[in-house]
Structures are given as C-alpha cells and as structure tokens.
Write a new protein. Sequence first.
Length: 197
Amino acid sequence: MKESPRFIGDFFFRVLYKNLKYPKKSFMIFHGNTISRALLYPMEKLFEDYIAYLFRKYTNGYTIKTQEKKYYILNQKANIEDKEYSINRFLLKPDMVINNGIAIIDTKWKLIEASNFNNKDKNISEADIYQMHAYGRKYSSAIGQSCKLVMLYPMWPKFTSKLPQFTYGDNITLDIIPFNLLTDPQSEVNKVVQLLA
C-alpha cells in the first residue's frame, strides 16, 4: 500500500510532537512478565524528512534536492607526477540543497540552548559548524556566488528565536533558526524562505 504524502506528513508531525512534548517519556513496560514490542524511530531522520516534505509542499518556484551527492570536499592526484586531481574524497551530502546551491539547509534534531554557548550538551556542535563551512565553500565555488547556509533545530522554550547571523567570510552566511513544530508549518517554512531571498 502506497502512503499519501499527507499521511506521511501527519505521521511525522505526530511522532515529532510527542518527542518534543514528552521528551523523557516512553511507552515501554519495565516491570512484570508482559512482553511488549517497540518501534524505535531515528528522530533525526524523521525530522529531516518532515522538514524536506514541508519545504517541497510550501515553496513554489524553488527546487529542493535532499541528500544531494554531487561534490566532494577533496580531490586527490592518483600519482605524485600527475597534473590532474582525478580521485574524489569525502562526499558531501547536505540535507537540502535549494536551487542548485544558492542555499543549503541542514536539520539537526537536538535541543539547543540559545543563551548558553558554553554548555556542550545543549549547544551547537563544532563539527556541525565545520560541516556547514565545507558545504558553503564547495557550493559557493561550484555555482560562482556565495550561498546561504541555514541550520534548523526544533524550537523549545530555551530556543525560541533566530540567533544573530554568523559569517564564514567571503559573504557566506550561516543562520541558525528554531523550527516550531507545534504551529502552522507553512508560516515556519516561509520564515526560512524569506532569508533566502
């Protein structure tokens, strides 16, 4: 049976909502002789797929590619004497590429605290910042103009508004934005799209 996109969107929303509203609750039985089955969802993948679904649904005039496998971070010579860099190393796979690279959107299923950059457990990962830098440099070079970078995190009480914009230099900017899963999804997508204009 083929599921409709509406069902998939509703399902993703319900699973994501449950995890935001009740982050430390589960439906497991820990005591007794009852055998239960459990479904485990990779929340980061559900979040990524749900956001991509919403962007495809609500952004007219934009091309959205997910997990694009087009560029590599490095190219290597096959031999020291070679003039050509013929071997590709370390494939880049951004969550979403907008209009062939004018913008890269990466989703992160992590609750960050906007006011506390010193708490490593509740903050943006340094590896994620390097990852976005690699995307920005490679796509800007490939398309011949600076691309805009966006990281989307779930909104929660300790992260309710967009952080001040960051830059990697060379007009490559990074916006870190909370995405509210509990409100109108079209308005949330429109907030991000306004940054891309």
